[in-house]
Write a new protein. Structure first.
Length: 273
């Protein structure tokens, strides 16, 4: 496995910062509908430090979502180990928030009611959770839409609601599976700017899955590059771009260098956005 020579953000990647996630020699094999055995993820090892923003990039079908589901406790690996804050991952954790590609909002519930769902499921104190929900809506810029319904919101606004919902129970880890993949290019750029701010203000560890090389470089403190199936790690690259980042950074040579390095590793012309 190769590593770039760029230095990571010392606040997020310092060896003195405790590990949030530790994956060692992890593999996942499953039986397809055809009866064939499929090796989705093979011998993967990496770690994520607390408050770090880690992006995982690779082509479709390389095992990115499988890896995220294992970290979320929604799928079980068949070899190796997966640890969350020093404990084996044995199932879903209340300390993890998840954002999927689709916002998955209940259309008959208001924005506030959708955000409150994890607090209700976890039976958290209602008064405190309501205040937290309002705080999270303010964090994602939707304080004035608490009583709106999903159909009244744009796609980008719906994804903001899903982020607020994932954060309402104050998780220490936020898992995001290509959350902006269905958005138009301009909205996606806006959401990338907003997510950078939200992650900083919420002081949350983020693992972000994407097939967009530019998105991974823009958001990540580090980028894990995965090979086509079976998913293995081709490299872990430190992204030495200063924060906060604005869209102008995409026109700089250091940004372009990281994009080119990842594209070379993937050998995937035309897959960038």
């Amino acid at each position: 496995m190769t590593r770039s020579t760029a230095l990571p953000d010392p606040r997020r990647a310092s060896p003195d910062v405790p590990l949030a996630i530790e994956i060692n020699n992890l593999s996942m094999r499953y039986t397809a509908a055809s009866g064939d055995s499929v090796l989705a993820v093979d011998d993967v090892s990496f770690s994520v430090r607390q408050k770090e923003f880690l992006c995982v990039v690779g082509t479709s079908g390389c095992g990115k979502t499988t890896l995220l589901r294992i970290i979320a406790g929604l799928a079980k690996h068949t070899a190796g180990s997966a640890m969350l804050r020093g404990q084996p991952i044995a199932g879903p954790s209340a300390d993890v928030g998840i954002v999927f590609q689709g916002a998955v909002l209940l259309p008959w519930r208001t924005v506030l009611e959708n955000v409150m769902i994890p607090a209700i499921v976890l039976r958290l104190d209602r008064k405190r959770s309501l205040q937290r929900a309002h705080d999270m809506l303010a964090l994602v810029g939707l304080a004035d839409f608490a009583n709106a319904y999903p159909k009244e919101l744009s796609g980008g606004m719906q994804q903001r609601v899903s982020i607020a919902r994932a954060l309402v129970h104050n998780p220490t880890l936020l898992l995001m599976d290509e959350p902006f993949g269905a958005l138009d290019a301009m909205t996606r750029e806006t959401m990338n700017l907003e997510l950078q701010r939200i992650a900083r203000d919420a002081e949350t560890t983020v693992v972000f899955i994407t097939h967009s090389i530019q998105e991974a470089v823009f958001l990540g403190d580090r980028v894990v590059v995965m090979t086509p199936r079976p998913g293995r790690i081709a490299a872990v690259l430190d992204i030495d771009l200063p924060r906060p980042r604005d869209l102008d950074v995409m026109a700089t040579e250091p940004f372009g260098h990281h994009v080119r390095s990842i594209r070379t590793l993937l050998n995937a012309r035309g897959l960038t956005h």
